[in-house]
Design a protein around this ligand. Structure first.
Ligand code: AMP
Length: 469
């Protein structure tokens, strides 16, 4: 390019830059910081209300509970089952009950592209009963013991302890009528929460069965509340005609205040239901499970028969309106039949995982982090980086929990990461070590470094860590 043209171009560029700078100085509107401009251009999309991300820092709590749930399932011989999140709406109508809060107000329901009415599952038991029927599980040796873990969806008013997507872990025993099963489930629920380091109290009641004891009780209940109708909330006024048992778990303070004087169902139990309940309590007494009788506990789902229970953290059981139940369950002897299966007595419980995690955190229970690593592999230079890729894979295959960060170049920055991760050992591989076929093993507590034969890396690590990870 001729010299003169180059000069002209440079002058031109200078001029443009100067004009631009003059214009920006003259402008009455101050330039916005870049972040503000970006925000204006693209509004940030947020989570739906009542929904939550479970971030990496939270995962150790989930893992902590899952490990214990798996352990419990193994020792009590429950087998894992996963059912779909989306089911026919009719399933929940039929199982949970049309006049329950869950079905009436809280389901995420919609018509899918094929015109079918479907719902995100609000709970797990209905699907388990459906799966038991669909897969002919009545042909298996009874009882069938199943457990599940997964998200549930209820369009409730979001508040502390109430989400619209939350997670439950549940245990179900199908095909056994004996009261020992009810006790086994209560014991299992208690054991699981106890294994997390939390102390619980279980509230227990029996709500009998429709055919033998509940009709008479319902009559008495309706008489009691009719006489106090003006004091009830609007929903309970409706419940009085449609589903009077639901009056007992109304969360409105004016209705809750009346509950203490209402008739108790235990006084109306038939001999068979009373005998069943007494046996459950005797089993619990036998192994000293901490429980209290709550004669007005009914649970919010219609499928329950006979035994019902709720699990509270010790000390919070008095305040059963404060969304503090960690879980609940009971018998549902008619559910499988209601869904079109053979008569199959059954019982189960579900625990609310977010609430349990909140309690684990509040109690400052130390939760081991399974993702913790004990070795950091630092490498310096391209040559060492290449060799480290293979070494890192060898370490992983040998069962070591190792970490590395190939994007950091200097030893200082890599040691800083190793320190943050609180690893016990850092392996250092530089150009020199690659040529000498050695590696440096640095003890992160003492700072002492040792050069060892590269081929002996694994055996030296085993010696130093004192175990096979
Ligand atoms: P339920 O069968 O409705 O009593 O639910 C069993 C357990 O699931 C409760 O005791 C809670 O721990 C938990 N749970 C129920 N609904 C919610 C919700 N909306 N948000 C968080 N946890 C919930």
């Amino acid at each position: 390019m001729p010299q003169t043209k180059k000069n002209t171009l440079t002058e031109e560029k200078k001029e443009i830059a100067q004009t631009k700078s003059k214009q920006s100085k003259k402008s009455a509107v101050p330039e916005l910081p870049q972040s503000v401009m970006v925000e204006k251009a693209k509004p940030v999309l947020n989570l739906l209300r009542g929904f939550k991300d479970i971030l990496p820092v939270e995962q150790k709590y989930w893992q902590y509970i899952e490990d214990r749930a798996k352990g419990l399932a193994l020792s009590y011989r429950f087998e894992k089952i996963d059912t779909p999140i989306l089911e026919e709406t009719k399933l929940f109508y039929t199982a949970v009950g049309k006049q329950t809060d869950i079905v009436e107000k809280e389901m995420f329901s919609f018509a899918n592209q094929g015109g079918e009415n479907v719902s995100l599952r609000p709970e797990g038991t209905a699907s388990i009963a459906r799966a038991y029927i669909n897969h002919g599980m009545f042909n298996l040796p009874q009882p069938v013991k199943l457990w599940y873990w997964g998200p549930m969806f209820r369009h409730e008013r979001p508040q502390s302890g109430r989400l619209r997507q939350f997670h439950q872990c549940g245990f179900e025993i199908l095909g056994e009528i004996k009261p020992v099963v009810d006790a086994e489930l209560i014991i299992a629920a208690h054991a699981l929460i106890h294994s997390l380091g939390l102390e619980t109290v279980i509230q227990v009641n029996s709500i009998g069965q429709m055919s033998c004891c509940r009709e008479k009780y319902k009559e008495e209940l309706v008489n009691f509340y009719r006489a106090r109708r003006s004091a009830l909330c609007d929903t309970c006024k409706e419940r009085l005609n449609k589903n009077p048992m639901r009056l007992l778990d109304c969360k409105e303070p004016q209705c809750a205040a009346l509950r203490g004087e209402s008739p108790q169902i235990v006084d109306y139990l038939c001999d068979a239901c009373k005998d069943h309940f007494m046996k459950v309590l005797e089993y619990l007494d036998e192994i000293n499970i901490p429980y209290t009788l709550n004669p007005r506990l009914v649970r919010g789902l219609d499928y329950y028969t006979r035994t019902v229970f709720e699990i509270y953290l010790k000390g919070t059981e008095e305040n059963s309106l404060a969304q503090s139940a960690l879980g609940g369950g009971g018998r549902y002897d008619l559910l499988v039949e209601t869904l079109g299966g053979r008569p199959t007595p059954a019982a189960g419980f579900a625990l609310g995982l977010e609430r349990i995690i909140a309690k684990v955190k509040e109690a400052n229970i130390s939760v081991e982090d399974n993702s913790k690593v004990s070795i950091f592999l630092a490498c310096l230079g391209e040559y060492a980086k290449r060799k480290s890729l293979g070494l890192f894979e060898d370490l992983r295959r040998e069962g070591f929990r190792a970490a590395t960060n190939f994007s950091k170049e200097t030893l200082k920055s890599q040691l800083e990461i190793a320190n943050k991760m609180k690893v016990k050992i850092t392996l250092i591989l530089g150009q020199k070590e690659v040529l000498d076929e050695t590696i440096i093993i640095r003890d992160m507590d003492t700072g002492v470094q040792e050069v060892v034969d590269y081929k002996k890396t694994v055996s030296e690590l085993r010696k130093k860590l004192g175990m096979i990870e």
